[in-house]
Design a protein around this ligand. Sequence first.
Ligand SMILES: Cc1ncc(COP(=O)(O)O)c(C=O)c1O
Length: 406
Amino acid sequence: MTRLAIDGGEPLRTQPFPSWPQWDGAERSAVLGVLESGQWWSLRGHQVRDLEAEFAAYQDAHYAVAVTNGSAALEVCLRAAGIDWGDEVITSPYTFIATASACLLVGAIPLFTDILPDTWNMDPSQIEALISPRTKAIMPVHIGGEPVDMDAVMAIARKHNLLVIEDACQAHGAVYKGTKVGAIGDMGCFSFQASKNITGGEGGMIVSNSEEWADRCWSVHNVGRQRGKAWYHHPVVASNYRMTEWPAAVLRVQLKRIEEQTEQRAASAKYLTQVLQQVPGLQPTTLPADTTRSANHLFRFWYQPAAFDGKPASEFIRAMNAEGIPVTPGYPEPLGATEAIMNRIAVMCRKLGLAVPEQPDCPVAREVGVNGLWLHQSVMLGSREDMDQIAAAAFKIQQAWGSAAN
Ligand SMILES: Cc1ncc(COP(=O)(O)O)c(C=O)c1O
């Protein structure tokens, strides 16, 4: 049997996977263009304004407001919606912490449904049980770029008169039943942080089909000003979340490549799913029928230790990395078990004189935290051969450890 790289054998692969970010002379000219224009501020230049129009059109939305990052986008939407002290927001426990911290930063309490084992997205069937008189919004997270079952979420939201703020921070170009995500709900948020499928280093965007929500977000992101009114007229108390011209210029170039790259990621993910699920003990997440296209920000798969001689996922990750495959762990625990989040909820409830709401147990999110693994989006920009090597490395490890158990 071939010796594993982790045991001193030859690694299956030594060449790197595609790196990220990717750029060429177009980004260089865009940045120089901003520099030499002398207009580095969004209120004087045109890059942010043009990016807003182009990104809104790309995401099938009528309006967009560019902000400093995805965390700020979530916070601005919540503030624009008037979500305030003691209000409740129902969201997913399996997401980047910013989804929940945005709620807490405006004084609202996040409540978490569990996730579905096949997509790792929030389970809409658990939303209604969490609705209380204080619930104001649902915040579905399109995890890894995989659209949430938005029909189910929207039906519950309309029935209970709740807002829907999509956390689409990982879902640029993702399509649900023929429509891009973001403005399916009332407002949606995107991140352009360094790892994202298009990036300006940092950056964020809010999209909406409602002029009223877009105007309110514009006001909150611009220190409470009102469009078209006097510069020092601030009817709302808010902060400065404005994007600068630099990332906007770079993002406009990246936006020209996103469609081709999203198609390539989707094709790679489809092929990798086919080959990886042939390895005993590995199961990629599945694409529901209503997903027209996942953004494949994260290729996600289950690891079953039993098929690998009981070895923990951390050992498998080490072995894959030694073979030259950049598998990573995902979010380690449900947000309902994250100390900082739960402590903050407790402090807020104490100060507001509220009982701490009971959070449901999230066994699937807990299990994904232990045995759910990721490959990042730039890996999906690799070739067929690259995908074959990922599966071959996994198979090599499974054969070595699986047979050790026999
Ligand atoms: C699901 C999700 N929500 C929110 C954010 C926050 O975005 P940012 O890092 O741009 O603040 C991220 C980004 O990492 C994310 O992945």
